[in-house]
Design a protein around this ligand. Structure first.
Ligand SMILES: Nc1ncnc2c1ncn2[C@@H]1O[C@H](COP(=O)(O)OP(=O)(O)OP(=O)(O)O)[C@@H](O)[C@H]1O
Ligand SMILES: NC(=O)c1ccc[n+]([C@@H]2O[C@H](COP(=O)(O)O)[C@@H](O)[C@H]2O)c1
Length: 302
């Protein structure tokens, strides 16, 4: 085997450190029991206009639930804000929504914001966002394997246990609230083949939300019923009805939103004066991009 260069050694050192720190919050016994589990990535798509404490709680609730199944080891959470081209009423610029989400997630050691969706030329269908992140995770895994292979045998033996854990392909699941599942029934909002790919190939983790009955939505859909094994329904153990719409409403009226969204986000909103009567009128009367794409006459969806 050709000797590895200094720069390669540096990269492999960094990768190993990253693998080690990703387990740092766990005790050794949990670490060992987690070893044999399926690695899983959670992806949440939405407006995050603005991000709320509940958006972050979704990830925590989902991770606890999946760990309790004894089958999965959640390795990462990704929040993907939708592009400006989605054209939802009151949707402020992605630049701000991403900045706020990054500030809010500064204290998380496993959830990150990914701007890929907002960097595309136009709105991206959710199934394509899932495909993109799945391909990225496979690509990352391959490059980690290459790095492990290039480490000299003596170094490799000490890192063997870490390397073997990253040889299993991760699963990627779409994380959402129960109201999201309800939108599957809205005519022309979703393509049937996309819904099929989402529930069959990827899977859903759906958190309860007041006013939405996910079990009923599943019962009403042949596809969702068929793929129930791939839909995890998570019951929120403490009800938390924060919604971005309500936060924007309160901000426009000068009401306090402290303890509903992080202080850093409140400061960012105030500094940039983001939510105003004018910002709320943005895209008013427009058709949501998915409805436009699917060429329909349904009136504006909010
Ligand atoms: N309180 C909540 N309980 C459960 N799921 C939630 C809650 N708030 C947001 N979500 C979920 O988070 C994801 C992103 O939501 P989104 O950005 O649309 O925020 P939102 O608060 O639902 O916005 P809106 O006020 O416009 O309904 C969706 O899957 C949504 O179902
Ligand atoms: N056909 C589709 O792929 C489709 C349709 C409607 C909404 N979505 C996505 O669902 C999310 C909905 O966000 P909101 O709840 O903020 O409207 C967005 O990420 C949006 O891109 C996808």
């Amino acid at each position: 085997m050709a000797p590895i260069s200094d720069s390669m050694r540096k990269i492999s050192g960094a990768a190993i450190q990253q693998l080690k720190t990703s387990f740092s919050g766990w005790s050794f016994s949990i670490f060992m029991s987690m070893k044999s589990r399926i690695p899983l990535i959670l992806l949440a798509c939405g407006s995050f206009n603005p991000i709320t404490n509940m958006h972050m709680r979704l990830f925590e609730l989902a991770r606890d639930h999946l760990h309790q199944t004894g089958r999965y080891r959640v390795i990462e959470g990704i929040m993907s804000p939708v592009s400006d081209d989605y054209r939802k009423k009151g949707l402020v610029s992605a630049r701000h929504r991403i900045a706020m989400a990054k500030l809010a997630l500064e204290t998380s050691d496993w959830i990150r914001v990914d701007p890929w969706e907002t960097e595309q030329e136009s709105w991206t269908e959710t199934v394509k966002v899932l495909r993109h992140h799945y391909n990225e995770s496979v690509r990352l895994l391959q490059s980690r394997k290459e790095i492990m292979k290039s480490i000299q045998p003596t170094e490799r033996s000490t890192e063997n246990s870490l390397s073997s854990q990253y040889s299993v392909l991760p699963e990627l699941k779409l994380l959402c609230g129960a109201d999201f599942l309800q939108t599957f029934q809205t005519p022309n909002l979703w393509k049937k083949e996309h819904l099929q790919e989402i529930v069959e190939q990827f899977g859903l983790v759906c958190i309860s939300r007041a006013g939405s009955d996910p079990a009923q939505y599943i019962n009403e859909s042949e596809l969702l019923t068929k793929c129930q094994h791939n839909i995890f329904l998570v019951k929120e153990w403490i009800q938390n009805e924060i919604s971005s719409t309500q936060i924007r409403y309160a901000l426009r009226r000068g009401l306090s939103v402290k303890y509903l969204i992080p202080d850093s986000v409140i400061a960012y909103i105030a500094y940039h004066n983001i939510y105003t009567e004018e910002s709320e009128r943005k895209n008013e009367g427009d058709l949501l991009q998915p409805l436009k794409l699917h060429n329909t006459v349904v009136t504006s969806f909010e």
